[in-house]
Write a protein that binds this ligand. Structure first.
Ligand SMILES: *[C@@H]1O[C@H](CO)[C@@H](O)[C@H](O)[C@H]1NC(C)=O
Ligand SMILES: *[C@@H]1O[C@H](CO)[C@@H](O)[C@H](O)[C@H]1NC(C)=O
Ligand SMILES: *[C@@H]1O[C@H](CO)[C@@H](O)[C@H](O)[C@H]1NC(C)=O
Ligand SMILES: *[C@@H]1O[C@H](CO)[C@@H](O)[C@H](O)[C@H]1NC(C)=O
Length: 265
């Protein structure tokens, strides 16, 4: 029965060591939309880790075949050490991500800049399962009118004021969305759904950092980031302990010897 507690301890350690790391760098997008009108102002982009600027990571984009880093083009400028701005008066959008000097990449976010009359406002960053997501069908001129919403070629419904709310989204809500009015149609954008971060264990101290809300665009639209996770400080300590236990044969044999001695008495 003593050996069973040792194997339980070792099993627990294997679990802890193989668990994915809590932090992951992701792209922060503000306003958090995938579609904009040409002539709108700016989109701010930055790389965040647990709600804070990720040092050593840069925002990159690809347009067609060319890949460029923040600051490499007139419409894709460095605002300061943390933020990069996409100038919507001249930009045509692209696919954006964060990358560090080892070539490690975050998930990509697509941004479309339309010269047409209608866009669909849909979150650029993945939304949590269980949340409510508002889709807005927005005309270039004037206020939103009755609109029709589509997902993967299927009509979802209509919104009298150009608005449709997806309640309690699930993985099955992922797909390609667009909207239309009797005379115009918006571009298509993909909604991504992710599991919300797990709640922290109740016995640990939560070191929660609120998300930054800077807005070089001067825009008051909602913004979001996909990596705001509470960090539990006790996990690194447990991991260190496990490293010792798993990787120090001396440590293990000492414990085993002690256990054998005790049980013989
Ligand atoms: C790039 O990110 C990966 C994953 O987070 C990390 O292991 C690697 O050390 C980073 N490289 C640099 C140069 O910071
Ligand atoms: C989603 O909308 C429903 C119905 O309006 C509401 O009851 C629920 O609290 C909302 N959920 C969230 C996570 O806001
Ligand atoms: C929107 O407004 C612009 C400038 O006022 C005008 O040129 C354009 O025709 C309008 N478009 C529609 C669909 O009304
Ligand atoms: C960059 O600009 C934003 C918005 O003005 C500001 O909140 C942030 O602190 C700046 N970051 C740095 C590193 O200067």
């Amino acid at each position: 029965m003593k050996t069973s507690s040792v194997s339980l301890l070792l099993g627990l350690c294997v679990l802890l060591l193989s668990a994915p790391t809590v932090s992951a760098v992701s792209l922060y997008v503000s306003p958090n939309h995938q579609q904009f009108f040409k002539g709108d102002r700016y989109v701010s982009l930055s790389c965040v880790d647990d709600g804070q600027t990720a040092d050593g990571w840069t925002v990159k984009r690809t347009r067609g075949v060319s890949t460029e880093g923040c600051g490499a083009a007139a419409d894709f400028r460095r605002f300061n050490n943390s933020f990069c701005v996409l100038d919507l008066s001249v930009s045509s959008g692209g696919s954006f991500w964060c990358e560090n000097s080892s070539g490690q990449k975050s998930d990509e976010v697509s941004i479309a800049v339309s010269e047409k009359q209608l866009i669909l406002e849909i979150p650029a960053l993945p939304v949590n399962t269980g949340s409510n997501v508002t889709l807005l069908c927005k005309p270039r001129n004037g206020s939103a009118k009755k609109s029709y919403f589509f997902k993967d070629e299927v009509k979802l419904g209509d919104g009298p004021e150009g608005k449709l709310i997806l309640h309690n989204v699930q993985q099955s809500d992922e797909g390609l969305y667009w909207c239309s009015t009797p005379i115009h149609q918006s571009p298509q954008s993909r909604l991504k759904v992710k599991e919300p971060p797990p709640p922290p264990p109740p016995h640990t101290t939560i070191m929660y950092t609120p998300s930054p809300s800077p807005s070089p665009s001067g825009n008051t639209e909602p913004s979001a980031s996909s990596s705001l996770r509470p960090r539990s400080p006790s996990v690194p300590v447990l991991r260190l302990f496990c490293h010792l236990l798993v990787f120090c044969p001396y440590f293990i044999s000492t414990i085993l010897l002690l256990l054998i001695c005790c049980s013989r008495k």
